[in-house]
Design a binder for this molecule. Structure first.
Ligand SMILES: Cc1cc2nc3c(=O)[nH]c(=O)nc-3n(C[C@H](O)[C@H](O)[C@H](O)COP(=O)(O)O)c2cc1C
Ligand code: SF4
Length: 425
């Protein structure tokens, strides 16, 4: 049994290559049936690690109570965010822990099929998973059958309704649906969809119990979580940390700047946190009072001297290009937001008007998409205007910071694919 009080847990024995099934059994112990599994899952207080932090037990119970059809468990290993590397790191170390968790969930809800979805643009992870699934088929036949699916990469392809829509032989486009609780379906079959890291945490809870899981973390946010740290850091890194650890400690352990100007938490659809607040415990209940969340564990560190508005503009432009373009406010609103950010950053004559337009546009776009993609951009932009308020004033008064024109960037935004590259005026 791995140690309850120390880390790593889901990354235990990570060695740069995936553990074989036999090695996995040695490290974590055999995955035996657990009659009171759902009670343990409830006691653990585990919340989803894919971004929304929804209680994992509540989703599983909702699916268990569905009757009459065969059911699916879908493991979401799409990891669409460019700054996220946690799921591929996990799957390159302990793929069987993720698959164990999916098996426990399938047994608990009565699912006959387990679909593992990973982007085909991530061939190393596809290889690790297909090897691990093959190993399990040779050794044992436990209830549900695994299938590996490889949708093409897009930012929104990992959104749950888009992924299920693709698995149901359609395009990977998010679908309009009522807010939760809502049952996703492949054909008529109900689907329980969980992030890959969530499944790995489930694999540990099934073995060691809910109380073991709670022995680190906070009362409201128990357990450990994976973080992907990039930006002003010696080397981009993935680490496992106890929830509630001061953010400054997380940054120090990652070899990042511990006196940053700001930190982007939760990814491109997340929120900037002022660098003066990095002693906050890294958990949703503490970050919430600063309008930030853990999200999918993405931390981008912005050093002093960089321009937060320029970074935000680049991210917003990229996000606008990733709109699935089926909802008007998202398809037209996000490019307009990126344009206004660009004016605010680089055109002092229009900066004040652009600032006011941005606030207005955020209000118009928010909550008006089939998925939460535009809401993420709104969160990003509002946090930028708040945290970089001094920059806004300077830019508006005609003192553009040199960093805004610098070619050195801290948020690793991939090249734009569908529209022209962002050109500074
Ligand atoms: C635009 C968008 C993209 C998303 N991409 C991913 C993704 O790549 N991987 C993922 O696990 N969840 C992603 N999510 C969250 C999923 O919709 C879903 O909430 C999550 O996979 C549920 O798993 P969890 O309860 O274990 O967190 C995305 C959400 C949105 C709005
Ligand atoms: S909100 Fe945007 S990304 Fe989401 S479905 Fe609509 S157009 Fe696509």
């Amino acid at each position: 049994m791995i140690d309850a009080t120390s880390l790593p847990r889901v990354l235990a024995a990570a060695s740069g290559r995936p553990l074989s099934l036999a090695e996995h059994d040695d490290v974590f112990g055999l995955a035996r049936p657990v009659p009171a599994f759902l009670e343990e899952l409830e006691a653990s207080g585990l919340t989803g690690r894919g971004g929304a932090a929804f209680p994992t037990f509540r989703k599983a119970k909702l699916l268990r109570d569905q009757r009459g059809h065969s059911k699916f468990v879908v493991v979401n290993a799409m990891e669409g965010e460019p700054a996220a590397h946690k799921d591929r790191t996990l799957l390159a170390a302990n793929p069987h822990l993720v698959l164990d968790g999916a098996e426990y969930l399938a047994a608990a809800i009565g699912a006959k099929h387990i679909v593992v979805a990973v982007s085909r643009d991530n061939p190393a992870t596809v290889n690790h998973l297909s090897h691990a699934i093959h190993e399990r088929e040779r050794r044992t036949l436990r209830g549900a059958k695994f299938e590996l699916h490889t949708p093409p990469w897009r930012y929104v392809a990992g959104e749950e309704s888009a992924l299920v829509h693709w698995l149901d032989d359609n395009e990977s486009l998010p679908q309009y649906r009522p807010r939760r609780p809502h049952i996703l379906r492949i054909g008529h079959a109900p689907v329980l969809l969980d992030n890959a890291e969530t499944c790995a945490q489930v694999g540990l809870i099934a073995r060691y119990g809910g109380q073991w899981f709670r022995s680190i973390g906070t009362t409201t946010s128990p357990g450990s979580t994976l973080v992907s740290v990039s930006g002003a850091v010696t080397r981009p890194t993935v680490m496992e940390v106890a929830l509630g650890t001061p953010l400054r400690t997380v940054l120090a352990a990652a070899g990042a700047d511990t006196d940053p100007q700001a930190v982007l938490l939760g990814g491109y659809g997340g929120a900037w946190l002022d660098g003066r607040n990095i002693d906050v415990p890294y958990a949703n209940e503490s970050l919430g009072s600063l309008d930030a969340t853990v999200g999918a564990g993405i931390i981008i560190v912005l050093p002093r001297g960089a321009c937060g508005l320029a970074e935000t503009t680049r991210i917003a432009r990229w996000m606008a290009n990733e709109s699935a373009r089926q909802c008007g406010p998202c398809a037209f609103g996000l490019p307009a937001i990126a344009d206004d950010l660009q004016r605010l950053t680089l055109d002092a004559r229009d900066a004040t008007a652009a600032h006011d337009r941005l606030l207005e546009r955020c209000g118009v776009v928010e909550g008006r998409g089939a998925c939460r993609h535009p809401d993420g951009v709104v969160r990003l932009v509002r946090s930028a205007l708040r945290v970089f308020a001094d920059h806004v004033e300077e830019h508006a008064s005609g003192i553009p910071c040199a960093a805004a024109r610098s070619t050195r960037h801290f948020a690793a935004v991939p090249a734009l694919e569908r529209e022209e590259e962002l050109v500074w005026e």
